[in-house]
Design a binder for this molecule. Sequence first.
Ligand SMILES: [Zn+2]
Length: 445
Amino acid sequence: MKNVDTLIHARWIVPVEPLGTVLENHTLAVEGGRIAALLPTAEARRSYRAETVVELPEHALIPGLINTHTHAAMSLMRGLADDLPLMTWLQEHIWPAEGRFVSPEFVRDGTMLAMAEMLRGGTTCFQDMYFFPDEVARVAVHAGMRAVVGLIVIDFPTAWAQNADDYLHKGMAVHDQLRGNPLVTTAFAPHAPYTVSDAPLEKVAMYAEELDIPIHMHVHETAFEVESALQHTTRRPLTRLKEIGILSPRLMAVHMTQMTEEEILQHAAASAHVLHCPESNLKLASGFCPVHKLMQAGVNVALGTDGAASNNDLDMLGEMRTAALLAKAVSGDASALSAAEALRMATLNGAKALGLDEVTGSLQPGKAADIAAIHLGELESQPLYNVISQIVYASGRHQVSDVWVAGRHLLKGRRLTTLDEEALRARTLEWQERIRRNDMHQEKK
Ligand SMILES: [Zn+2]
């Protein structure tokens, strides 16, 4: 008998690699935060002993979902203003609230709320872009969640930094603090082509190479962005990024709703990634990312929710379903983005984009035990012909029962083990009152 920390016996395991595989009556053995073995349950019961044994007889285990694009702290502004044109929404509601409230405390509380929501929805890893990335990192470590914090760069001053060089300087200090952290890493996060000028982008390209970290950036979100860049710079934003040296295997371009055939091929040739956020694109009427064409060209497409102010949830199961349905509608092809491919997009493709595919993204021996369990025992999940189809097309996040990150049981029977749900609820209510009062005051102006 071999000793391990934890044995998780599950009715089904969907390892994601190989694509479409469903193992029945299998077990994950976890040791030192990693997957030690994946084997039939009968065999595991004979050959392994563990201090902690978890029986999940009506559940499917999947790799923890990876949300590759969030502005986590913006969860505190969820539902503050909806159904408005982009500029009205930003200028009259979001920016005034950010200008008044963004602070280390705001980022701490907003990110904790976001992490609670993400863990309860089966997400084990998120990539963030927001101010005070040092706070995001701190609370992610506190919660035990895997995260890639964005070293944000933007031309104008905010509570976090005064100018582009100040953002870069503070970002690199955060990177230094996190060196060797097993859960939290960094990426440069220049906000967008229209908010970051050439000189800081050149520095981002250079420092990203030096530090060997990825670059996370909103690119070609709307037709308006591309048109106004053509007017002001005579080039499409992607062309400008290529000239500056940003278009590389390090680039994770968020949104990409505007792409010519040539740009798709160019993106594939550069081995750059696309972070697809279908629900945010739909809600803000931004356009459609050509996911099917990108995949056919060989581009790695991962999935994100964007911030809760423009989605309005951080529900990766829901995002997966939207992505699969939308890809079919946009391509006019019902076979585009199958359920298994959508699940891979929400897991392994995300890990690849983040440079973490050696660590997470699939259930394979040697990788971290980043796992979500989905309960498929209720009437709503019957009959059950195909586990992956059931998860992608017919499951909701309330069915996520348990979540582990690096072997730590962070969600146990739907209760969070590292975040205090009651305290979080109380602090969120305080922010709600303060932000609402300020928003009403703005409207009267
Ligand atoms: Zn965004």
